[in-house]
Design a protein around this ligand. Structure first.
Ligand code: ACO
Ligand code: KIV
Ligand code: MG
Length: 522
């Protein structure tokens, strides 16, 4: 690995970030945003230091025009761009909209690839060259900042692409964008294309070269970075990778890749990365596109760890499993998610966080119960762990233990419980009916133990949400003037109820200092 340092002094390593969430991003089917939503997105982009915001395609509709005008009027630091086909009316309309910005840009594009020329534009190469000269000059007469894009550049023969770029620069384009419109390029090829064009076109140094990559093969970010390595200094991208078809390069990914791997790629952006998580949420809400959990940088799981080995490492030193801090992208903190893959280190840390200091044996017991619960439950929440630790039932000292239980309930019919208990080490079975499942369970226990404590209280709470939530059951029993309470938490309400009853019963036995059989003989 080579270690390089970005040249922040001369700015030759500065990469400009051109965000097109409001234009290419909005082209995602279903992602249409209201004016209010667009303004909210533009505001965060401006605040985070996006160099250029492509606010829309003004000729597309009055709504798009108004949105570009509104974003332009509110722009603080960012340049505001409007897209235009290589058509005079488009260019005029874009110019009309972006002139409201302190700094506006007309972004005009035309197809360059043989397939587009033959089937979409139905023009010859010479006609396209003539169109470029006319339209770029027209744009340049309206504004100083003109970007020209060669649509489908990556499927265009390099000699013709170079001719187009040369023509656009001569006509006054200040930024040259070479898009991978259909997400066809691979990184080495994309880098080589920039190198070739920049080295071949005589006035290449008069323009900034730009990448614009689509994610059809999942290569948009890799290609954008390769483009920069090949000489581009502007990346066109979108928040959350929103965009036509499989999307564009994700802004948060290119920014953090350049920041995190500045040693390998000595370039820098001026993006304030702590805004990334918020920007992602705003765009997700505005576009109605959920962010996938495992999305790099801003996904729910990007800084979450469930497996014990990783959690252990994270507790020892966060750099063992994180290459950037959550704070650096605006996420409050790393989460150690408690689940079936968690180990003792994370469980102990979680207990400490929840205010528990357990002795070795109690910890070991609680950990076994936690693993057992996590095996049965998808999400183990803090409240589940609290219930699990507070539930002292099932301890090794219990004289009556639940071995097995089966409950059959029929609508409008009987409720039956077959139960196997271990009483002072002896296996006892019982079967009993009840007016409901819980009644049948309690009756079966009473039959097995042979004594009838009086049920003073029975209550159940859901500890956490969802159908797999733990049920916390509470039972209070009275026998011979003594009262004992028992609690148990389980994903299954009936099992929780049985265990809470046994927990209370075991406590009655401890209080009396009697053996269970003795209690039975009573
Ligand atoms: C790769 C990209 O992302 S390109 C941007 C894509 N974004 C959009 O298309 C969203 C906004 N688009 C629209 O609202 C509409 O398509 C409009 C207003 C631009 C045009 O609408 P219409 O005039 O009805 O044309 P329509 O969309 O049916 O067809 C596009 C026309 O533009 C032409 N065209 C496409 N790209 C260009 C270009 N860069 N320069 C000049 N003409 C172009 C096509 O050849 C076609 O022309 P034709 O009707 O003479 O065959
Ligand atoms: C308009 C251009 C830049 C575009 O979005 C593309 O080629 O993908
Ligand atoms: Mg695009």
């Amino acid at each position: 690995m080579t270690t390089q340092t970005p040249d922040t002094q001369s700015n030759k390593d500065r990469v400009f970030i051109f965000d097109t969430t409001l234009r290419d991003g909005e082209q995602s089917p279903g992602a249409t945003m209201t004016l209010e939503e667009k303004l909210q997105v533009a505001e965060i982009l401006d605040d985070m230091g996006v160099d250029i915001i492509e606010a829309g395609f003004p000729i597309a509709s009055n709504g798009d025009f108004e949105a570009v005008v509104a974003v332009a009027k509110r722009a603080k630091r960012s340049v505001i761009a409007g897209l235009a086909r290589a058509i005079p009316a488009d260019i005029d309309r874009a110019g009309e909209a972006v002139r409201f910005a302190p700094r506006g840009r007309i972004h005009t594009f035309v197809s360059t690839s043989p397939i587009h020329l033959a089937h979409q534009m139905r023009k010859t190469q010479d006609e396209v060259i003539e169109i470029i000269t006319k339209t770029v000059s027209q744009a340049r007469n309206l504004i100083d900042d003109v970007e020209w894009s060669g649509m489908d550049a990556t499927r265009t023969p390099l000699d013709f692409l170079a001719r187009c770029v040369d023509t656009a620069i001569k006509a006054g384009a200040t930024t040259i964008n070479l898009p991978d419109t259909v997400g066809y390029a691979v990184p080495e090829e994309y880098a080589a294309m920039f190198r070739h064009i920049i080295n071949t076109v005589p006035n290449a140094d008069k323009a900034i070269f730009s990448t614009h990559c689509h994610n059809d093969l999942g290569l948009a970010v890799a290609n954008s970075l390769a483009g920069v390595i090949g000489g581009a200094r502007q990346i066109e991208c979108t928040i959350n990778g929103l965009g036509e078809r499989a999307g564009n390069a994700a802004l948060e990914e290119v920014v953090m890749a350049l920041r995190t791997r500045a040693d390998a790629m000595p370039y820098h952006t001026e993006i304030e990365s702590t805004h990334l998580a918020r920007a992602s949420k705003i765009v997700s809400a505005a576009s109605n596109f959920p962010v996938q959990y495992n999305k790099a940088i801003v996904g729910k799981n990007a800084f979450a760890h469930e497996s014990g080995i990783h959690q252990d490492g994270m507790l020892k030193n966060a750099q063992t499993y994180e290459i950037m801090t959550p704070e650096s992208v605006g996420i409050k903190e790393t989460t150690l998610v408690m689940g079936k893959h968690s180990g003792r280190a994370a469980f102990k840390d979680k207990l400490r966080e929840l205010g528990y200091e357990l002795g070795d044996n109690a910890f070991q017991e609680a950990f076994v119960r936690f693993k057992d619960l996590a095996d049965r439950k998808k999400h183990v929440y803090d409240a589940d762990i609290v219930a699990l630790v507070d539930d002292e039932s099932g301890s090794a000292d219990d004289r009556i233990k639940l071995v097995d239980m089966e409950v059959v309930s029929k609508t409008g019919g009987t409720h039956r419980c077959d139960m196997t208990l271990s009483i002072d080490g002896e296996t006892v079975t019982a079967s009993f009916d009840g007016t409901g499942s819980v009644d049948a369970i309690f009756n079966a226990i009473k039959q097995a133990v042979g004594k009838e404590p009086h049920l003073v209280l029975y209550a159940v709470d859901g500890v956490t949400g969802g159908t797999d939530a733990q049920a916390s059951a509470h039972v209070r029993l009275e026998m011979g003037g003594r009262i004992a309470s028992g609690n148990a938490a389980e994903p299954d309400t009936l099992v929780a109820s049985a265990r809470a009853y046994l927990n209370a019963y075991n406590r009655l036995l401890i209080d009396r200092g009697q053996a269970a059989q003795g209690a039975m003989a009573g």
